[in-house]
Design a protein around this ligand. Structure first.
Ligand code: ADP
Ligand code: MG
Length: 630
């Protein structure tokens, strides 16, 4: 606040040149002579003085006697708080007006009808805004388009206009050329046209049309590239969801770490990882994570392997890509299990999560075993490899009831002096409508490879086929495929026979299905009593379903049924054990929850999803499957 005393003192002092360039006595209002100290100290007096000073100051502004801004900036010394306050206020008002003017400009844009914000401005009208340079429209630099726009006649809708003696039509080369030149300035960004406004540019219709169609093509190309990039991400299989899945596997300590990519084929990406702990079982230190691709560009070829496989028939969904890929993953899981069961060297499947399969690693110290194609084998090793493969194919056919369907030197690894069979996703049962044809193809591949490696006394592919299947076909090698096709079409009885054979593997299949259920029940039971009940119902349903399935297949082997029932019961026991461990798990899960953040949310979500599925009868199995030990 201004000090009345100070004002008084100033008024009595010798006139000095104040900041305003006028003598103090002239500019400052006269202060009434104070009669007493009480008057001098009066707040009312101070207020009164302040108001009068304000009034005079604004009057002087309105009257055009304001201080030029450069002078305001030069003020070095003023002992008037009032003056400083006013100056600040003035600056504030000016800035406010500038802002209002900017908004006004923004709102009006290039519109012909403009809205005025002048009533919102605080500073007097006459005060020009320094920031807004007034440009003389006449003197302004015009680009060639604008300049010509002023000269060229405006062509009305009728298409021509009379200019003096001449008639100018809309087809006038100069006018349309300039119009074309102006138009190409509006082509999408990225189409470099240069500054057409810098000179009097004219473009013929032909050139303009070419440029425009070029721009369109470029735009389409860019979109295509974008599509490709997106597709490529999912073709690499490590798309967003897969990354999340892998992240969860690491976060749940199922995997300790994920290392490099071992192979990226057209169907799957194979990644090397370090195993952690799953279901209290320590995983091998090195594991393979096989991620099936989520695009179905080549699904047409895979489809036939699943559709006719009775194990997947009811669950095959042509319309749900994700589901089908999961089935494909399951297929490899179950097929590998069959091989492991009879002791054929192959990776041991550990668990599946959606389209991700974790299995044991074939190799040492992060170095994957070479494919048979690449392995440098001695002659005797090559002979040994052939013998082993022949044995494996026979065992697979008869004991596992499986045909690899993609057996070749690329899907056999050489490790520890043995052939390890991998990549069983497309493996089918011999009852598959094309099963024998697939087997013959496998025989062709195997014989061709070992022949190329100089293994002596090899049978013909047909001979190998016959010794594997026990089927003798009347005819020679050249007609083999046709004969096999015919055989498959007419041997319904044979197929039925194969179906009704009491075998261990159907049981195994069912059991693995059962394992999946257990897995779901267990995860559900973590979430509360109500869900446990759901799980129990589901469990009973499953038991019925399994027994029904057995009887519908006309099994005569009661021992097999007995085994099944026993296995169901033993599983039931293990389930109870699992539920017994519930609290313990719950606790550890809670601990985990408090540690993690985003992954945690995902866990919650997926759990809820599972709950729903579980309560519907748990049709969807295989959210996570584990082998008991390995
Ligand atoms: P794809 O369907 O892409 O052919 P594969 O199962 O054949 O997938 O695996 C591709 C490659 O990954 C194999 O050729 C092999 O080199 C490697 N690989 C796959 N599984 C394993 C494994 N369990 N251990 C070591 N290497 C493996
Ligand atoms: Mg392969």
């Amino acid at each position: 606040m201004d000090n009345p005393n100070a004002s008084n003192k100033t008024s009595n002092a010798s006139p000095k040149k104040p900041a305003w360039g006028e003598t103090q006595t002239e500019s400052m209002p006269s202060v009434p002579a104070s009669s007493s100290f009480k008057d001098l100290m009066s707040e009312d007096l101070a207020k009164d003085l302040q108001e009068r000073e304000n009034k005079d100051y604004y009057d002087s502004l309105v009257a055009g006697e304001s201080v030029p801004s450069e002078m305001l900036n030069n003020i070095e010394d003023t002992d008037s708080d009032m003056m400083l306050a006013q100056m600040l206020q003035y600056e504030f008002d000016r800035e406010y007006d500038e802002q209002v003017a900017r908004e006004e400009k923004h709102v009006n844009g290039v519109s012909k009808v403009s809205v005025s914000y002048s009533k919102y401005k605080v500073c007097p009208e006459w005060y020009g805004y320094e920031w807004e340079e007034e440009i003389d429209e006449e003197e302004r630099d015009l680009d060639s388009f604008e300049a010509r726009g002023k000269i060229d006649p405006l062509i009305p809708a009728c298409g021509y206009v009379k200019c003096g003696d001449t008639i100018v039509t809309k087809h006038d080369l100069g006018i349309s050329g300039r119009k074309n030149a102006e138009r190409i300035m509006n082509l999408p960004p990225g189409i470099n046209t240069g500054d057409g406004g810098g000179f009097d540019m004219e473009l013929s219709n032909k050139v303009y049309n070419k440029l425009q169609s070029g721009a369109r093509a470029e735009l389409r190309r860019k979109q295509r590239v974008h599509d490709k990039e997106e597709k490529a991400t999912s073709e690499l299989a490590i798309d967003r969801n897969t990354r999340l899945l892998l992240f969860k596997l690491v976060n749940n300590e199922i995997l300790e770490s994920i290392n490099g990519i071992v192979s990226s084929g057209k169907e799957a990406v194979v990644v090397h990882a370090m195993g952690g702990v799953y279901e209290e079982n320590p995983l091998p230190s090195e594991v393979i994570v096989k991620i099936f691709k989520t695009t179905l560009t080549n699904f047409k070829t895979r489809e036939r392997y699943i559709r006719e496989d009775y194990r997947f028939k009811d669950r095959f969904s042509k319309h749900n890509t994700q589901k089908t890929i999961q089935l494909w993953t399951e297929k490899e899981y179950h097929n590998l299990r069959r091989l492991v069961h009879v002791g054929i060297p192959c990776p041991t499947p550990i668990l599946i999560k959606k389209h991700v399969l974790v299995m044991t690693f074939i190799g040492t110290n992060g170095c994957a075993a070479p494919k048979l194609k690449e392995a440098a084998l001695s002659r005797s090793d090559m002979q040994k490899a052939y013998n082993q493969m022949k044995e494996a194919m026979i065992t697979m056919f008869h004991k596992c009831r499986l045909i690899h369907a993609d057996l070749s030197e690329y899907n056999i690894l050489w490790h520890d002096g043995k052939c390890w069979i991998i990549d069983l996703a497309q493996g089918v049962e011999p009852t598959h409508p094309c099963g024998l044809q697939f087997l013959f193809r496998d025989c062709l591949n195997v014989i061709r490879f070992f022949k190329s490696k100089g293994v002596p006394d090899l049978p013909s592919p047909l001979n190998l086929f016959e010794s594997i299947t026990g089927i003798v076909l009347p005819g020679n090698e050249d007609d083999a495929l046709t004969m096999i096709e015919q055989y498959e079409t007419h041997q319904e009885l044979w197929k039925e026979g194969m179906k009704n054979v009491s075998d261990q593997f159907e049981l195994m299949w069912n059991e693995t299905q059962f394992d999946n259920k257990i897995d779901i029940v267990e995860e559900i039971s973590d979430d509360g009593d109500e869900e446990v009940k759901d799980g129990e119902e589901e469990y009973a349903d499953l038991e019925d379903a399994l027994l029904q399935q057995r009887s519908s297949r006309h099994l005569t082997d009661t021992v097999a049924i007995g085994e099944k029932v026993t296995s169901v019961i033993s599983n039931s026991k293990s389930r109870k054990e699992v539920t017994g461990k519930k609290d313990e798990k719950k606790k550890s899960k809670k601990e985990y929850k408090s540690d993690s953040d985003s992954g945690d949310n995902e866990n919650e979500k997926s759990k809820k999803g599972k709950k729903k599925k579980g309560s519907k009868g748990g049709k969807k199995a295989n959210k996570g499957t584990a082998i008991p030990s390995f």
